[in-house]
Design a protein around this ligand. Structure first.
Ligand code: URA
Length: 223
């Protein structure tokens, strides 16, 4: 498939610009008021394997009672790009894998539209266990789980983090509308971080896909 076909696959019709050189992706606004790491997780030896083992044995909140799998994270541990989602859904909980199903397929096509294979990146969720019936995560669940993501970021040291949907509110500790968080460069552990829409939201609101594509083009500049 070529780029136009990938864009079509994610629901964006393309047209031929009269002057391709004139298409400029805006620069992000740099934000300096971003949170410090507050949660420290004790790790015996600081490796992916020990962190994953710790997550898989975690009983810090009630989600441990209802989960089928701890959905730790997946991908290339040398990746330049980390994508952060919210929480495993029913299918992710069943399969122990992130972003399966329609939202996952859309995410794959979004990545392909900027020339990235899923295998080249790392993907993790803020919450590692599925909240029953897809309910919103509770504060206690988030505060137990965010330290795992913090350690994943510290181990990975990506060039750029793309955070999808409401996961941005958790990590950046804000309730600002996602729309106004787009196009800004935040920092987390001194790593640049961009915010965009979650593919599940894009499936419900396909007209926002064009904005999501702008966000991906901005992201591509960091890689
Ligand atoms: N949505 C997410 O944010 N993460 C997943 O793993 C699946 C759906």
């Amino acid at each position: 498939m070529n780029k136009a076909e990938y864009l079509k696959a994610i629901g964006i019709e393309t047209w031929q610009p009269r002057d391709a050189e004139c298409r400029v992706v805006e620069q992000p606004v740099i934000c300096t008021d971003t949170p410090k790491i507050k949660h420290i997780i004790a790790v015996e030896d600081d490796t992916w394997a020990s962190l994953q083992a710790q997550a898989e044995a975690c009983h810090a909140c009630d989600l441990a009672q209802t989960r089928n799998h701890v959905v730790f994270g997946v991908g290339n541990q040398q990746a330049d790009l980390l994508i952060v989602g919210e929480a495993p859904g029913v299918n992710e909980d069943k399969q122990g894998e992130l972003f399966v199903g329609r939202a996952g397929q859309l995410l794959n096509n979004m990545l392909l539209s900027i020339g990235l294979q899923r295998e080249q990146i790392y993907i993790a969720n803020v919450l590692k266990c599925h909240p029953p019936s897809g309910r919103d995560p509770q504060a206690e669940e988030l505060s137990s789980c965010v330290p795992f993501l913090e350690r994943q970021i510290a181990l990975l040291q990506p060039k750029i983090i793309l955070i999808l949907g409401r996961a941005a509110h958790v990590l950046l500790e804000t309730t600002e509308a996602l729309e106004s968080m787009r196009g800004k460069e935040y920092h987390y552990q001194n790593i640049p971080l961009l915010v965009s829409y979650h593919p599940a939201y894009l499936l419900r609101s396909p007209k926002e896909k064009r904005k999501s594509q702008q966000d991906l083009l901005m992201l591509k500049k960091y890689l």
